[in-house]
Design a protein around this ligand. Sequence first.
Ligand code: MV4
Length: 453
Amino acid sequence: MVFERVLVANRGEIAVRVIRALHELGIEAVAVYSTADSEALHVRLADQAVCIGPPAAGESYLRIPSVVAAAVTTGCEAVHPGYGFLAENPAFARACADNDLVFVGPSPEVMERLGDKASAKAEMRAADVPLVPGTAGSAPLEEIREAAEAIGFPVMLKATAGGGGKGMRLVDYPDGLDDAFAAAAAEAEAAFGDGALYLEKVVAPARHVEIQVLCDRHGNVLTLGERECSIQRRHQKLVEESPSPALSPETREEMETAVERACRTLGYEGAGTFEFLLGLEGEPYFIEVNCRLQVEHPVTEMLTGVDIVREQVRIAAGESLAVTGRAPRRGHAIEIRINAEDPARGFVPSPGVVERFRPPLGPGVRVDTAVEDGTTVPPYYDSLIAKLIVSDDDRPAAIERALRALRELEVTGIPTTRELALDVLGSDGFRSGAYSTGYLEEMEAHLPSLRPA
Ligand code: MV4
């Protein structure tokens, strides 16, 4: 292996996940931490740790000079950004390169082209990936109005700099377009410093399905199938699974072929995720690319046996993928996110001290977490405290295993989304597989954990 020491520019369960991959490759791991995380598991598992600032992420995990300095002063050769924080920041990737650090991810140029959603769509159009009909790029109000009249209402306004639903507006009628345009542009300007908008036809009801890829710098591409991510609430995913109950083998192959073509056109390197909406007939429409490892990557690892984080590091070191084309898959995998949130209070984050954390064990069960008995969950960061991932021979068996494991999981001291997940996995709608992105909102009145006590 080309690397001896790698900086892990993250915290929580994903920092722990990356440190494990590094150690298995015989690589030393250097952690960074804020003063809120001095006792954290990722700090204890790392071979060295550097304090990079106070609790606020803007003054620690998001501060590019501090993270780069931590890598340089400890003699690291590469930086793994995890997800969130600086993971999709081209300026960070560039700062790494300027300091002779290998950034584990695509080039800053590719990140820039794909980070702009309108330009990402242009790249995908060039590679013949199926797109949602709409404007060719960002456009002024007059042009958007013309396009909306041509497409027909309802339409969706989206921020080119957006993602995760920020700066997005559903417009039902022509009357609402001016106000929605102004509101979405202002929201995008405030959130991203860029108010540019583009227009799309609305896909509804829709399912959210994403394709995982790994690409090396020698032109090899491995596609690892899809993850179905439609069980979400306000753009926070709760359950992910693979295979998607909504994908025919033909559509899956069509999507994987299209994504492979796009990766070659782009010169993509590293792990990436291509997000699609699936319409009522299961027809795919590309929406955006994520240039990073994703929270739900273990679903694919359980399904394929490929260690995505290990491959990311090997690719960054210039090695070739051992397997290319379509990754072999077996059975069915499901991930359940456990968040420190209070369902009784509209899912507000509920940080605090975890009194007891007893993870489930047994066949086909994996838990990714940085939480132990007595861990303090700080209020400054994401509320994700653990991911439970299960796999089994088929979907019904995987659901039963997930339910068994969820019942075994014990978290005391703070409220979590565990009960909600039990309700969802036990519901007829989830078991049928015929759910869309509106499922959780539609089910709210019927799920016991969501009824006020
Ligand atoms: C859409 C859509 C319907 N039609 N685009 C939400 C987050 C962003 N990444 C894309 N999103 C959507 N884009 C068109 N043309 C519906 C959504 C959407 C959604 C997408 C995936 C998962 C959950 C969602 C929840 C609400 C809306």
